[in-house]
Design a protein around this ligand. Structure first.
Ligand code: 5GP
Length: 254
């Protein structure tokens, strides 16, 4: 049987050539890594849950007019996405101090920030995704000043929308990371959201108990990561049909 051509394999996802030109199939693995691959493991069912959670969030964003690469979910672990030209930036939004911001600036985790802060990192595993300034982005030609403006305004809309979405299910959106790409269509270029939005890329704390419902449970050896991802999916009303027992799922359905 002929296999699809693999275009790229990342730490948590694989991209395959899609059925039509300009499309890709994004496959979600259970593999979890942290600290730039120094810590490796698996979170059972994570791929199935992140496929669903990202589908849900990206569909809602598409509905409110934020363009994303998401086209449709294909099966338990795969979704069809549009192929984009990658902009090599990780865009981080912070509403509450945590993680590397707390470490870098000595602000205790959980401190509300005076306003939402957007940070940029250069996407490079070899360099450990270093924090950069807009000056680096424009000087090295990773994005133009106009593109940075567009990315920032889309990012603030995404933050507003996600904050409301998660507040509605008693979850505090502490921070998250998103990525963008260029889509060329009819001689026009648009910037669209790509990658994924899931508990792998967001810090999500229960509003009442401050319990962590995200990848920090894996990063910090707290246990209960799979249950935390399930809880997010459950609150969003999108647990896979069979409930938690269905999470292992088929590896792929082609
Ligand atoms: P921090 O800079 O505090 O480590 O991360 C800030 C936010 O961005 C967290 O929600 C974290 O999950 C997300 N984030 C930062 N870098 C990465 C990355 O390389 N991969 C993923 N999945 N998320 C990231």
């Amino acid at each position: 049987m002929s296999r699809r051509r693999q275009v790229y394999e990342g730490k948590a996802k694989v991209l395959y050539e899609g059925p039509e030109p300009g499309t890709l199939v994004q496959y979600f693995k259970d593999d979890a890594t942290a600290f730039n691959n120094q810590k490796k493991g698996t979170i059972t069912g994570k791929g199935v849950l992140n496929n669903r959670i990202s589908e849900y969030v990206m569909s809602r964003l598409n509905e409110i007019g934020v363009p994303t690469h998401f086209v449709r979910r294909l099966n338990m672990r795969e979704q069809l996405v549009r192929e984009v030209e990658i902009i090599p930036l990780e865009v981080i939004v912070r509403n509450i101090a945590a993680g590397s911001l707390s470490k870098r600036l000595g602000i205790p985790e959980g401190t509300p920030l005076p306003r939402s802060i957007i940070e940029f990192c250069y996407k490079s595993d070899e360099l450990d995704d270093p924090l950069i300034a807009e000056e680096h982005i424009t000087a090295f030609g990773w994005a133009s000043p106009q593109e940075i403006d567009e990315i920032m305004s889309m990012t603030l809309r995404i933050n507003d929308f996600l904050t409301g979405l998660f507040t509605g299910i008693n979850i505090r959106l502490v921070d998250f990371k998103i990525e963008f790409g260029r889509l060329y269509e009819n001689d026009q270029m648009r910037i669209i959201l790509d990658d994924e939005i899931s508990p792998d890329s967001c810090r999500l704390w229960d509003v009442t108990t401050n319990e962590k419902l995200d990848k920090d449970r894996f990063r910090r050896d707290m246990g209960g990561a799979a249950e935390a991802y399930q809880e997010v999916a459950r609150r969003l009303g999108i647990l896979p049909e069979g409930g938690p027992r269905d999470l292992k799922g088929p590896d792929t359905m082609q």
